[in-house]
Design a protein around this ligand. Structure first.
Ligand code: FAD
Ligand code: FES
Length: 278
């Protein structure tokens, strides 16, 4: 068993942080890589990016939004309990390079995925501005951690309850207009990544996005995570999850993510009914 040693609830209990004992993974993992977890024997395999690792302590940290049956099941796990399987590190690590001015943009739980990447980009000498956003102030996560990981932090909320009133793309546009931006890294909901890739394209600024298609094996065998990048088929689990945002077919990705909506909804409702009854 991979034991949970720390558990926190964020964003009004919709986002959960678990620090898990996984010494071999903690030793090897690099920013941008993910793990696949299974809560129990019958559990579904769920991919989650490592938001942090501590090789000395032998732990990895995952931060996930509760959106369906498996993440709701994960939420019930307490400190001292754990996951039956944690496989990783999977996927390609972020290509880290000193380029100068970098803007890291995160939305929702994408902020958790962005955290180790932002920190690593700053550590190698880039001037990193970070823009994070949420629908409202109470749903914002990791503000102090992102402030420490970057040179300058900008916060946006859709409803104006905190920071800039509006989308992360508004603040990104200001940064692009000011010039000198050499790289944008954007991680969040697919419509957000699509919007920011469309924004940066006319400026000719390299833009990396981290794709989250449905994954099953995570090792390039099943084809479930197929995405189209630059007109070519790629498997996000082994070729990604990061890709050139200007080349990604986001509309296809959104369609494929909706493929099992009905089944996911009824599974989640069934789980919630069982939980309420127990
Ligand atoms: C490489 C990668 C890294 C990710 N990192 C994070 C993270 O750090 N934090 C976070 O909150 N979420 C992350 N996700 C998304 C997370 O895997 C899904 O939210 C989770 O699988 C939902 O499972 P569920 O049973 O709770 O919900 P379900 O009701 O089954 O599904 C809800 C939605 O989640 C997506 N989803 C469902 N099953 C899978 C699957 N097997 N693989 C991928 N997506 C699925 C679909 O879009 C679906 O519509 C990541 C996804 C990928 C591919
Ligand atoms: S998850 Fe099966 S090929 Fe990527």
């Amino acid at each position: 068993m991979f034991k949970i040693v720390k558990r926190e609830e964020m964003a009004e209990g919709t986002v959960i942080l678990n620090e898990i004992e996984a010494p071999l993974i903690a030793k090897k993992a690099k920013p941008g890589q993910f793990v696949i977890l299974k809560a129990n024997e019958e559990g579904e395999r769920i991919p989650l990016t490592m938001a942090d690792t501590d090789p000395d302590k032998g732990t990895i940290t995952i931060i996930y939004m509760v959106v369906g049956k498996s993440t709701a099941l994960f939420k019930t796990l307490k400190v001292g309990e754990g996951f039956q399987d944690v496989i990783g590190p999977l996927g390609k690590a972020t290509h880290l390079e000193k380029v100068g001015k970098v803007v890291c943009v995160g939305g929702g739980t994408g902020v958790a995925v962005l955290h180790p990447i932002t920190r690593a980009l700053k550590e190698i000498g880039n001037d990193v501005t970070c823009i994070i956003g949420a629908r409202t102030k109470d749903l914002l996560i990791l503000e102090s951690q992102m402030k420490a990981a970057s040179n300058d932090l900008r916060v946006c909320t859709d409803d104006g309850s905190y920071g800039h009133h509006g989308f992360v793309t508004d603040v990104l546009k200001e940064q692009l207009d000011a010039g000198d931006v050499k790289l944008v890294v954007g991680i969040g909901p697919v419509p957000m990544m699509k919007a920011l890739a469309n924004l940066t394209k006319p400026y000719g600024v390299k833009t990396l996005v981290s794709l989250n298609p449905i994954m099953i094996d995570g090792t390039g065998m099943c084809g479930g995570c197929r995405v189209t990048v630059g007109g070519k088929t790629k498997f996000a689990c082994v070729d990604g999850p990061e890709f050139d945002g200007h080349q990604v077919n986001f509309d296809e990705l959104m369609l494929r993510l909706q493929a099992y909506c009905e089944e996911e909804k009824s599974c989640y409702e069934g789980f919630c009914t069982l939980q309420d009854a127990s």
